[in-house]
Design a protein around this ligand. Structure first.
Ligand SMILES: C[S@@+](CC[C@H](N)C(=O)[O-])C[C@H]1O[C@@H](n2cnc3c(N)ncnc32)[C@H](O)[C@@H]1O
Length: 415
């Protein structure tokens, strides 16, 4: 790699990069002591220790990799330490292995290996899913050879240059950008920023998912450019979709354009004009003439369509997270109930509802309860066809429930 090509990298030499890697290794010697409860949590498979379980972290700098010991001074593992976040430790390893440049290279290679089947089917996928891939707080998405990074903790933020260099060495990307404007960075005391780190990143990139084409804009769109986590749910939805379809919270038309192939007509709705403009452009790109997109608030649109006596055979609900913390679960639940109730009233008998929540705090059990309540109020009997989650390139790590955030329920109105 020519380091000069990396825009945000200082003009460091290879020597400096090697030095940095040595620094990273030696910093692993700093020690943090945690409570028995914290140690138990890690030994049961979780990767986080909260600040309330940190006994002693004196003199440890934020973002460093530390060696973590329990009350009896037994090793628990090695972790990123944050001096700001309530999540004080994010574990990288539970052994004494050396965490150096080669360790990171190896982990990135393993992620790529695990995505090899996905990468044969689509040019857009999540290469690294943070905790799900045992690389806490690091996200790397790929859009047709253009890589987008998110460093969500002080630890990954501090290693950004090194990770960038490894991506360039290992994957020969066309470009690498950062979308470090995710709000969770504020819990870490990190600035919000985005930009190109390496190569030339175009504003618009064409991707394909399940033979549907999309133009995505990693530097300006929502998330890192697309909701890659829904890729496999698009196909599952298309399998049962029929007749007249409604895609609520459509963004760039992901569900709508997949449903277009099996439905007579599809209406896609989003509150964002920018999203609707990109959805329309994607419809043209796919010659999908049976799809129309509207800018509207879904809550209002559902009410208006009900009043106007409109009916559908297929409805998708994929709203933004209505609850982002435990404290707002109740109000979030009201939002989910309302849209599900209204959608159910709009469905013909035999119609299908594809309903999602991307809120970790809304468990599958809770979500199914809300759908059941909505069905009772709408006087509809529902049959669950499938309970799904996020796409397989966003793997759930057993022991870390937070990695399972997306729930997608596909149900049929049987009465
Ligand atoms: C989770 S994303 C949808 C992702 C999309 N279904 C996909 O597969 O790419 C949520 C979308 O809802 C839109 N949105 C948020 N609040 C809305 C509202 N009240 N009415 C309509 N759209 C809304 C956002 O602009 C965003 O595009």
């Amino acid at each position: 790699m020519k380091l000069g090509q990396v825009r945000r990298l200082p003009l460091v030499s290879v020597f400096a990069a090697v030095l940095l890697s040595c620094v990273v290794t030696s910093i692993a010697m700093a020690e943090v002591r945690i409570t028995t409860r914290g140690a138990k949590r890690i030994r049961k498979g979780h990767l986080w220790v909260y600040r309330s379980d940190v006994r002693d972290a004196q003199g440890v700098g934020g973002g460093t990799i530390v060696s973590v010991v329990d009350e009896a001074k037994n090793l628990v593992g090695q972790a990123f330490y944050s001096d700001q976040s309530e999540i004080a430790l994010r574990f990288l390893s539970t052994s004494r292995e050396v965490i150096d440049r080669d360790w990171w290279r190896d982990r990135l290679r393993q992620c790529a290996e695990r995505r090899s089947a996905t990468a044969k089917e689509t040019n857009a996928y999540r290469l690294v899913y943070s905790e799900g891939d045992l690389l806490p707080s690091l996200i790397i998405d790929v859009y047709d050879g253009h890589y987008v990074l998110q460093a969500l903790s002080q630890g990954t933020d501090r290693l950004q240059n090194e990770i960038l260099e490894l991506i360039v060495e290992e994957f020969k990307p066309r470009s690498v950008s950062e979308r470090d404007d995710a709000r969770v960075r504020q819990f870490e005391g990190l600035e919000l920023r985005k930009g190109v780190l390496y190569g030339d990143a175009p504003d618009d990139i064409e991707i394909h998912q399940n033979a549907v084409r999309f133009i995505v804009s990693p530097l300006s769109g929502q998330k890192t450019g697309a909701f890659l986590d829904q890729g496999e749910n698009y196909l599952a939805a298309a399998k049962v979709a029929h007749g007249r379809a409604l895609d609520c919270f459509t963004f760039n038309g992901g569900f709508a354009l997949h449903l277009a192939k099996s439905c007579e007509g599809v209406v896609g709705i989003d509150i964002s004009e920018e999203a609707v403009a990109s959805a329309k452009r994607n419809a043209q790109l796919n010659d999908a003439s049976n799809v129309e997109f509207k800018t509207a608030n879904v809550f209002d649109a559902l009410r208006e369509m009900e009043a106007a006596g409109e009916r559908f055979d297929t409805i998708v609900l994929d709203p933004p997270a209505f609850t982002k913390s435990r404290a707002t679960i109740k109000s979030g639940a009201r939002g989910y109930k309302e849209i599900n109730l209204r959608a159910l009233k709009l469905l013909h008998p035999g119609g299908v509802l594809i309903t999602c929540t991307c809120s970790y705090h809304m468990s599958e059990e809770l979500f199914l309860g809300i759908i059941a309540d909505a069905a009772v109020d709408a006087r509809r009997r529902l049959q669950i066809i499938e309970k799904r989650g996020q796409s397989s390139d966003h793997p759930v790590l057993l022991g870390v429930p937070e990695t399972h955030y997306l729930k997608c329920v596909i149900a049929r109105v049987v009465e």
